[in-house]
Write a protein that binds this ligand. Structure first.
Ligand code: B12
Length: 603
């Protein structure tokens, strides 16, 4: 590592932010509790429960990386949400989760910005800050400038699926709720400013992964005004923003919000981001935090950094970092490799030739693949039976409230329920799945289509029970595994399976092995397990081992997916197949049902 690397790197960051090309591309280390504690081999809950431990561990990491990581109070997602009144659950792995509690307009009316001396984890974070400041503040700056966006806070206290459906169904509800969470953000930031001293309050880091799940149009309507009001209230502050979900489709909105530095995820193509907003926003991030930084080798890290610099280093405005927070278990040598790669590939005079090389490599790759064709969103499939067309189109456009009218008409006309499923629901959800993959619709529309297909199935199910001629394609049980509470991906898989004609049982999030065993005893032939956190992979294995111990493993096929899962995990946990997305899941499920019905044994 270079001598005096901290100050040098910081000067380069300032140059990058001014869209100058520094002598070398800088980097940034965004650390998190699980990362600090795994690196220093300390139980993660000791870190969150004790500010003394938190500081000790952060200092150890800071020393290991020559002062390049921050010292900061850290209580993750618990701060703003608990201040709004949410109950927080902590898993043994140190991951916090928010219990949604906003159900009605009256619930919103009751929400109040609390007195910050009695505001759950928000009160605690000020105590943590004061302690850290007193202990080390004279020598090391203590960062206290980060807040979860009012959009994300509102989504969590409402429940994400309900919230995204509200965006389409009840926009007034969303605006009313985010007004309350915005008031909290402003109060919190003002109190922070007072605590650190106005002269030291020079930067705000707003974080908001959940802003990526809406379209650009929805972003402009609902999210952008929140950001503008926050940044507008602190005009002297640098405007930093973190969103590590796939922000490809809202990039322009982010630039329009006046964000200066954007910490972005690995799913966004850096060349695309550079082209769209690279002259207005300084880009930070993009090195895949799990696949490369945590699970890869130093050579993988080097190659990834080389590619990012090649695609987006020219013209300044680039800082290399993990495309997310550094995760639990990330080896220190991979972080060293990231820093070294900036030195090796980020030199100002080498940027043009690197860009040429990386561009020609990308062109070669593109020639080998084909680009997805855009599917017209407005396409209305029409067959020979108007009622079927009507149902299919109502599902595609998510009109679940009136869908029973054409459905009743179809049934009265004598159209068998199986035909409704095969000719309306399955093709509609297929189409919706493709629109979603092509980013022509987003989570809110996907959820509305799922609601519409559920509304149809709800009416058909009781009829189908007594109808011998009707068969579902098979029974599928889907869960997010124990201690993982991410459910956006799981819910998409669920809808697509339902749309694919399967009978689907939702086992929810944080699902214990026993519930999965029960589902297989109740006839589930396919078990779909989602894991987004790497820390829960042992729980996925435990669920499958339990099925084995109970003598049920041969009765089902197990599909796995989610950000924490890679193809080798299939063997490690004893599953049958890895699926990259929901569409692959449906195809695999159909294939496995075929095998099971032929009585073929697991290989
Ligand atoms: C959105 C998000 C959140 C939201 C979740 C909201 C919700 N209701 O789910 C919020 C902000 C609340 C959150 C919280 C946390 N998160 Co989070 N989160 C993400 C983020 C940005 C996107 C995940 C997502 O929803 N993607 C969109 C969906 C559609 O994609 P998907 O899940 O991959 O699903 C698709 C496929 O994978 C597949 N699939 C998925 N499952 C299955 C199953 C089957 C059977 C099949 C067939 C297919 C399939 O099909 C889906 C559709 O095509 C990721 C980073 C990223 N870019 O992935 C981090 C990420 C997953 N989170 C992370 C972390 C650390 C956390 C927290 C611990 C943060 C904290 N410090 O508290 C908590 C975890 C709490 C807990 N106990 O679970 C880390 C995980 C790191 C690790 N070591 O594993 C990530 C990777 C970010 C990072 N640091 O890099 N998070």
């Amino acid at each position: 590592m270079e001598d005096n690397i901290g100050p040098k790197n910081w000067n380069r960051i300032q140059a990058a932010m001014a869209f100058e090309e520094p002598d070398q591309v800088p980097f940034f280390l965004h650390s998190s509790g699980p990362f600090h504690t795994s690196l220093n081999q300390v139980p993660v809950m000791d870190y969150y429960n004790s500010v003394e431990k938190m500081l000790e561990v952060q200092q150890a990491t800071n020393k290991r990386f020559n002062g390049l990581t921050a010292i900061a109070p850290d209580l993750s997602m618990a701060i703003e949400t608990s201040a709004m009144g949410a109950e927080i659950t902590w898993t043994s792995d140190g991951n916090s989760w928010v219990q949604p509690f906003v159900k009605t307009e009256e619930d919103i009316e009751k929400l109040e910005v609390p007195d910050l001396d009695d505001a759950a984890y928000m009160t605690k974070v000020f105590e943590y800050y004061r302690y850290m400041k007193e202990k080390v503040g004279k020598v090391t700056p203590v960062a206290f400038n980060s807040t979860h966006s009012p959009w994300g806070v509102a989504a969590l206290i409402r429940g994400t699926s309900e919230f995204f459906a509200d965006v389409v169904e009840n926009p007034g509800f969303v605006k009313k709720l985010t007004r309350k969470t915005l008031d909290l953000s402003l109060t919190y930031l003002r109190a922070m400013q007072e605590a650190v001293g106005p002269e030291n309050f020079t930067r705000i880091l707003l974080w908001d992964d959940l802003a990526s799940f809406v379209s650009l149009e929805q972003f402009r309507e609902f999210v952008l005004p929140l950001y503008e009001e926050i940044f507008g209230a602190f005009p002297q502050c640098e405007r930093w923003y973190h969103n590590d979900a796939d922000a490809t489709y809202i990039l322009e909105g982010i630039a329009d919000a006046g964000i200066q530095v954007f910490h972005y995820g690995y799913e966004v193509d850096p060349a695309f981001a550079k082209e769209k907003i690279g002259d207005r926003v300084c880009l930070v991030g993009n090195v895949p935090p799990l696949a490369v930084l945590r699970n890869g080798t130093p050579v993988d890290v080097e190659n990834s950094v080389r590619e990012i610099i090649g695609k987006s280093g020219k013209g300044g405005g680039l800082i290399i970092a993990a495309g997310g927070y550094l995760d639990e278990g990330t080896p220190a040598e991979n972080i060293d490799a990231m820093i070294r790669a900036c030195e090796k590939y980020g030199k100002k005079d080498g940027l043009s030739s690197l860009q040429e090389q990386v561009e020609s490599e990308a062109a070669e790759k593109e020639e080998a693949g084909t680009r997805a064709e855009a599917i017209p969103t407005e396409e209305r499939v029409s067959g020979e039976i108007p009622e079927i067309d009507h149902i299919r189109n109502a599902v595609i456009s998510g009109q679940y409230k009136d869908i029973q009218i054409p459905l009743r008409q179809a049934l009265e006309k004598g159209i068998p329920p199986q035909n409704v499923i095969d000719e309306a629901i399955v093709p509609a959800m297929d189409h919706v799945g493709q629109l979603f993959s092509n980013a022509q619709i987003f989570i809110p529309e996907m959820l509305m289509a799922a609601k519409a297909s559920e509304a149809v199935l709800e009416i058909l199910s009781p009829i189908m029970v007594g109808d011998q001629a009707v068969k579902s394609k098979g029974k599928v049980a889907i869960a997010t595994v124990k201690e993982d509470l991410h459910d956006i991906g799981k819910n998409i898989v669920l809808s697509m399976m339902q749309g694919g004609g399967f009978e689907v049982v939702d086992l929810g999030v944080d699902c214990p092995a026993e519930k999965i065993v029960e589902a297989v005893r109740d006839g589930a032939q396919i078990v779909g397990l989602s894991a987004v956190l790497t820390t829960v992979l042992p729980n996925m294995k435990e669920a499958i081992d339990t099925l084995e111990r109970e003598g049920l493993r041969e009765k089902c096929r197990i599909l796995i997916g989610g950000a924490a899962v890679t193809p080798p995990v299939v063997e490690q946990v004893g599953a049958d197949a890895y699926c990259r997305n929901a569409g692959e899941g449906v195809t695999m499920a159909k294939e496995f049902i075929g095998q099971l019905s032929k009585g073929s044994r697991k290989k």
